[in-house]
Design a protein around this ligand. Structure first.
Ligand code: ADP
Ligand code: MG
Length: 224
C-alpha cells in the first residue's frame, strides 16, 4: 500500500522584482506599480509514490525544491497544481525554527509546538520529560529559545517530532547541525521506526547516511 502519492505536483512562487530605472518607473511608482513578479517554478510535475514502511532519501542541490516538497506533503503549503494523497498521520520535522517562538522558553515551546503537531496538552505533559531528556536540554527548560544554539534547536525539534504517534516521519536536512552523539541517537530512532514499519522521508546531503538507511533515493534538479 502507498503511504504518499503525488500526481503531477507543481509549485510556482512569485518572486518580486523592483525596477527603479528612470522617469517611467518613477511615475509607475507614483501609482504604486513598481513591483513586477517573476513566476518561479520550485517544483515541476512531480510524480511520486512512497510505499508504506519505505525509507525514501531525497537529495539535490540547494534550491532544488527539497524543503518545498516536504512542506507540500506535510500540508504546510499547497501545490499550485496537482494532487497529494497521504494515508496516515504525518509528523513533520521541517526547517529549523518553523513553529518555534524565540521569545518563549523551551518548556513553553514544547507545549506550543506539540499542539501545532496535534498532540493533546495532557499527552505533552506526560511526554515532557522524555522530550527534554532525548533533546538533552534538562538544564535549559526555562531558557528562552532565542538563546539556544542551532544544534540545540534541532535536538528539540526532532525530539518533539518523534513523540507524535505518526505513521510518516518527514525529516529535513536540519539533523546535520546536531553533534555526532545526537546524530547517533537519531539513527537509532530511524532503525526503530523502520522496524515498526513507519514511512520515513529524509532530506540529506550526507551520502553515507542516505546509503545506510534509504531503500530508495530520489534526486531533485534545478529547472533547466
Ligand atoms: P531546497 O530545500 O532544495 O534547498 P527549497 O524547497 O527551500 O529548496 O526552495 C526551492 C526554491 O523555491 C528556491 O529557489 C527558493 O528560493 C524558492 N522558494 C521557496 N519558498 C519560497 C517562497 N515562499 N517564496 C518564494 N520563493 C520560494
Ligand atoms: Mg531545504
Amino acid at each position: 500500500m502507498d503511504a504518499i502519492i503525488l500526481e503531477n505536483v507543481s509549485k510556482t512562487f512569485k518572486i518580486p522584482h523592483d525596477y527603479k530605472a528612470g522617469i517611467k518607473s518613477y511615475l509607475l511608482g507614483f501609482f504604486n506599480l513598481t513591483h513586477c513578479y517573476e513566476r518561479f517554478h520550485a517544483l515541476k510535475n512531480i510524480n511520486l509514490r512512497v510505499r508504506q514502511g519505505e525509507f525514501l532519501g531525497i537529495i539535490g542541490p540547494n534550491g532544488s525544491g527539497k524543503s518545498t516538497l516536504l512542506k507540500i506533503i506535510a500540508n504546510v503549503i499547497q501545490p499550485t497544481t496537482g494532487r497529494v494523497l497521504v494515508h496516515g498521520k504525518i509528523s513533520p520535522f521541517l526547517e529549523l525554527g518553523v513553529g518555534f517562538q524565540g521569545e518563549l522558553t523551551v518548556k513553553e515551546n514544547v507545549y506550543l509546538y506539540g499542539v501545532l503537531l496535534g498532540i493533546q496538552q495532557k499527552e505533552i505533559a506526560r511526554r515532557f520529560d522524555s522530550i527534554i531528556h532525548f533533546a538533552e536540554l534538562e538544564r535549559f527548560i526555562d531558557t528562552k529559545l532565542k538563546n539556544l544554539s542551532s544544534g540545540m534547536l534541532a535536538r528539540l525539534g526532532f525530539s518533539i517530532a518523534i513523540q507524535v504517534d505518526a505513521d510518516i516521519l518527514l525529516v529535513d536536512e536540519v539533523l546535520a547541525v546536531g553533534d555526532e552523539a545526537f546524530q547517533e541517537k537519531c539513527y537509532s530512532i530511524f532503525r526503530k521506526f523502520k522496524r515498526e514499519g513507519k514511512t520515513i522521508l529524509l532530506v540529506s546531503h550526507d551520502k553515507s547516511l542516505i546509503r545506510k538507511f534509504a531503500d530508495r533515493t530520489i534526486r531533485l534538479h534545478h529547472e533547466k
